[in-house]
Design a protein around this ligand. Structure first.
Ligand SMILES: [Zn+2]
Ligand SMILES: [Zn+2]
Ligand SMILES: [Zn+2]
Length: 462
């Protein structure tokens, strides 16, 4: 085993031990989802389970051949070939799905003892949650869940803290930000990426979570805040779960409609943007639902029109008539300005449609569509950061600071070795302290900071 491999193995063992200690001392941090015996759990372990399938076939000259040895085992690194027979055709996974617990004690006992990398459970309730196939589980409803993740927000800070590396043998060029389509050195198109998370990412994710909660779920849909469970994901975002029996039976297509409503997709703006007398009007803000949001959505869109490069015929006149348009929209009641002369009612309807898409909530769609999706267990630790998956109330969300409030592992100091020459590991904050940037160097860090970089996979234990 190489030195670095040994480093990875001891790092994983150490993290697992730290998780174990945390769960042992804080079993009550773990949230027990209601009707726990009807939930499917998904457990992601620190090590890989590998399986080398034995296959019989024929080679070109018609001779019988066998590949693989049929054995299986565990490994701390993601193996590319079978350690027993060398076959390149092996299957590896860190996941265990279809796990079930009858009650709280069973769940807690298992989590304390295996101290997994990550724990998820179904938003759905099943008669037989441990059945291997979805159609045998007997689905009997699901919470309505939303995932707001900085990953999907396409944020400018990615270029400051994300990094990529070309996978081509002999090249391995690296760079900052999102990887190019083709490697500038070798033309290759396969990259490894290193995604980071910063205060800006999380502030942006929080902003979208607040909007989803206040404006859509409470205001428009009318759900009681008491039936909405909010939590920090432990990494780059937030989750919202609606625990109101009225949503449980919604099927996938019903959930798609909810997503489209929130994202402002497919609105029929011909009914809301109309000509009255000779004035083009947009509904007053007092109207419920999208009608009342329209004026604000168009204002936001017009304010940012200079950075919009769509091909529509109204783009140029709207850029020119921006000030006049904003003037009309800010009136009470708002009107669509006549000063912006070349924009007719048809164009305003199209502008409103675009504006709604920009204004709509940013959620990761498949998470809401998929009635079998698993979602992180609240009160567990996220193995990508070592942070706690905090439960939050709507009030607590405003002041919630993940880099302070989600710290779970913070006892003592640890020496770690950073692995990247360039680009280095970006500066990050834990509590009131800022750390880094770090290059390939050994550093003694408080445990909270050390656990974060070890979980992020950018350093190993020294
Ligand atoms: Zn094998
Ligand atoms: Zn390359
Ligand atoms: Zn960021």
């Amino acid at each position: 085993m190489s030195n670095q491999n040994q480093g990875f193995t001891s790092t994983v063992l150490k993290l697992r031990f730290m998780f174990h200690e945390f769960y042992k001392s804080n079993p009550d941090s773990i949230d027990i989802p209601n009707k726990v015996h009807t939930r499917e759990f998904g457990i992601q372990s620190w090590d890989y389970h590998w399986y080398c399938p034995k296959r019989r076939g024929r080679d070109e000259s018609g001779r019988n051949t066998t590949t693989g040895c049929g054995q299986s085992g565990k490994s701390f690194s993601n193996l590319k070939e079978c350690p027993k027979c060398g076959s390149g055709d092996i299957q590896t996974t860190t996941w265990r799905r279809h796990v079930g617990y009858l009650n709280r004690d069973e769940l807690i006992k298992d989590i304390v003892s295996i101290a997994p990398h990550s724990v998820y459970h179904s938003a759905a309730f099943y008669k037989i949650p441990v059945a291997r196939h979805m159609d045998e589980k007997e689905w009997s409803g699901a919470e309505l869940v939303f995932d707001i993740d900085a990953d999907h927000l396409d944020l400018p800070c990615a270029k400051d803290h994300d990094a990529w590396r070309c996978n081509a043998e002999g090249c391995h060029k690296t760079g900052a930000g999102t990887h190019p389509e083709n490697c500038p050195d070798c033309g290759g198109a396969s990259f490894s990426t290193r995604k980071w998370v910063c205060g800006k990412c999380l502030a942006e994710a929080k902003k979208h979570t607040v909007k989803l909660f206040d404006e859509f779920i409470v205001n428009d849909f009318g759900f009681d805040p008491e039936s909405i469970q909010l939590n920090y994901s432990g990494h780059r975002g937030y989750h919202v779960r609606i625990r109101d029996p009225r949503v449980y039976s919604l099927d996938s297509s019903g959930r798609i409609q909810v997503v489209h409503y929130i994202m402002g997709l497919g609105l029929n703006t011909e009914k809301v943007i109309v000509t009255q007398g000779n004035v083009n009007r947009v509904p007053d803000r007092v109207f419920p639902g999208w009608a009342g949001k329209m004026a604000d959505a168009i204002i936001e869109f017009v304010r940012n029109i200079d950075s919009y490069n769509g091909p529509e015929r109204w783009v140029k006149p709207l850029k020119k008539g921006k000030i006049a348009a904003l003037d009309g929209l800010l009136r009470k009641p708002p009107i669509l300005s006549k000063e912006a002369k070349d924009i007719g009612i048809k164009s305003w309807q199209e502008i409103a449609e675009k504006a709604a898409e920009f204004y709509g909530g940013e959620i990761d769609r498949p998470v809401t569509h998929d009635i079998h999706r698993v979602i992180r267990l609240i009160g567990s630790l996220n193995g990508k950061t070592g942070f706690l998956v905090n439960p939050l109330t709507r009030d607590a969300l405003d002041d919630f600071d993940p880099f302070q409030d989600a710290i779970a592992l913070n006892d003592g100091q640890m020496k770690v070795k950073f692995l990247y020459k360039s680009p280095g590991v970006p500066r990050f904050r834990i509590g009131d302290e800022t750390y880094g940037p770090y290059y390939d160097e050994s550093v003694e860090l408080p445990t909270a900071a050390a656990a974060f970089v070890l979980c992020k996979g950018v350093a190993i234990i020294e």
